[in-house]
Write a protein that binds this ligand. Structure first.
Ligand code: XMP
Length: 518
């Protein structure tokens, strides 16, 4: 396994995912980890990741000294390379000019890290060239005495460095991003050949390990899970069912703000097909009643979240002898809340988890996905036999259609929106576009716009369509859907749904627009 030390870069999680894609477990820890903690984790190698600070500034973060004394291979990426150079006797040069984007590095000296890797040959020197992605201001100006410079570009003469005997390597560019074409092979060289890590991080193995852990934690006691139909809680349900069978009870709350047929699909998959015990609570009236007259988006979110907890509590109270609450917390949540505690986080998402419940009911938490990234959770879901369409479904916000009906939520609006959304999603599937977008949905605009039917003018509601492409949901581009597809969706919505006279397509990017409309 690999240890990744975080200096605050947005790319750190990506490095961890890439290492795991190779089949090797990796964990992200803060740069100020102690020697004892490293020894306890017992990695095969250490990656020093990037960071936003400057090595040249006083008080900027450093790797613990022991990182270079444990006899382990070390790979420094970007800031990680710079701090390695500085800590081992080299020099880093500050700069307020950033080099950002594509670059071509020339491999000057043979090194295990770039063995047999090449994108092009430089005709003048006969050396290999690599297409890479750069994102840095500072750079290494002088390598420590024992290191050689292994790659260079005209603007960055020390683009990579190595001390082969010690197995210390540094790269200024980012092998973890796909723009670095051979980046994955470079990481494979480090993780497999240089660190000699074992390739045992596979969905089947993860499931086996987690089942054993859950059984040990839970024993013969009972676990409660809030099932939402989303990927994470679905995978937790499937995993726990496999691990502890009837000791698991799920509560599924239908708040009246779900997508078309969602409630029935959840019941069919879990209750009918898999035999999971699921209590369904149809609480549409309760939710819509509480939302009556409320137009402010944040107020709506709070009401939906609080009402959910009330309903869940009420259902849970009916079940005897529950000791554990299962949650679909995943690794990015863990990293974010750890970063939030140390004040290193830039963005924190507010999750609408079952807050408050563990304390009031004195429940212990079962979180079998705590170590997993979303793509790993999906692979686990498939391995556990969940339907592909459920596992690879677009994300859906906790407040559901509540934040896709602008202003006050009414049943009439929700019913129209559900149908419009279903038509849009169905046509995206038919056209092969669903999986090319990251999130797509319809939005209900409570304004009346004119339409002509026969000889008469009709004033009806407006539906907006939104489809975006994104990797991390922090930034997003509107999907360039074909006009024919948009035309078909629009025709169907207007013709099939009475009450809608106009359909528009949202062409706003995030930022400054957000993905949801509220
Ligand atoms: P925005 O609209 O902030 O959305 O660009 C980014 C991602 O977060 C989802 N989202 C939410 N998820 N509760 C949730 O569970 C919420 O209140 C909420 N608001 C936005 C949104 O669907 C997108 O995937």
């Amino acid at each position: 396994k690999i240890l990744i030390l975080d200096f605050g870069s947005q790319y750190t999680q990506l490095i961890a995912r890439r290492v795991r894609e190779i089949g090797v477990y990796s964990e992200i820890r803060a740069f100020d980890i102690t020697e004892e903690e490293i020894r306890e984790y017992a990695p095969n190698g250490i990656i020093l990741a990037g960071g936003p600070e400057s090595v040249t500034e006083l008080g900027s973060p450093r790797a613990p000294k022991c990182v270079f004394e444990l006899g382990l291979p070390v790979l420094g990426i970007c800031y990680g390379m710079q701090t390695m150079a500085e800590q081992l006797g080299g020099a880093v040069e500050g700069s307020n000019k950033r080099e950002f984007g594509y670059a071509q590095v020339r491999l000057d000296v043979e090194t295990a890290l770039f063995k047999d890797i090449s994108d092009h040959i430089d005709h003048d020197t006969g050396r290999s060239l690599l297409d890479v992605w750069m994102s840095h201001g500072d750079k290494v100006a002088q390598v420590p005495a024992e290191f050689s410079v292994t790659a260079s570009t005209p603007s960055c003469p020390i683009a990579a460095m190595a001390w082969e005997e010690k197995r210390f390597f540094g790269v200024q560019f980012h092998p973890e991003v796909t723009h670095t074409l051979q980046g994955q092979r470079i990481l494979e060289h480090f993780v497999l050949d240089i660190c000699q890590s074992e390739r045992n991080w596979t969905p089947a193995q993860i499931i086996e390990d987690q089942i054993a852990r859950v059984r040990e934690q839970v024993g013969d006691r009972h676990v409660l899970l809030g099932l939402s139909g989303g990927v994470d809680s679905s995978v937790v349900a499937a995993l726990l069912h496999k691990a502890i069978g009837d000791q698991l009870t799920c509560v599924f709350v239908d708040n009246g703000l779900l997508r078309k047929d969602e409630g029935n699909q959840v019941m069919e998959t879990f209750s009918q097909h898999m035999g999971v015990r699921v209590i369904r609570s149809d609480a549409e009236d309760l939710f819509l009643g509480k939302l009556e007259g409320v137009a402010d988006p944040e107020d709506k979110r709070k009401i939906i979240g609080n009402t959910f907890i009330d309903v869940f509590d009420e259902q849970a109270a009916k079940i005897d002898g529950v000791d554990f609450l299962a949650q679909g917390t995943i690794y990015p949540d863990v990293i974010e809340s750890a970063a939030a505690k140390t004040g290193k986080a830039h963005v924190i998402k507010s999750h609408h988890n079952v807050g408050g419940l563990p304390e009031t009911m004195k429940l212990k938490l079962v979180e079998p996905l705590r170590e997993l990234f979303k793509d790993e959770v999906r692979k686990l879901g498939v391995e556990l036999g969940l339907p592909y369409d459920m596992v690879y479904r677009h994300p859906f916000p906790g407040p559901g259609l509540g934040v896709r009906i602008l202003g006050e939520v009414k049943k009439e609006y929700a019913d129209i929106l559900r149908e419009a959304d279903a038509i849009f999603i169905e046509e995206l599937h038919n056209a092969g576009w669903y999986h090319k977008t990251s999130q797509a949905f319809a939005v209900f605009l409570p304004v009346k716009s004119v339409g002509v039917v026969g000889d008469g003018r009709r004033y009806e509601w407006v539906i907006a369509l939104r489809a975006v492409e994104t990797i991390d949901f922090m930034t997003a581009r509107w999907a360039h859907l074909p006009y024919e597809l948009l035309e078909k969706v629009s025709n169907r919505i207007i013709n099939e749904l009475s009450g809608v006279s106009r359909v528009t397509y949202d062409v706003s990017s995030k930022p400054p627009a957000t993905i949801e409309w509220e």
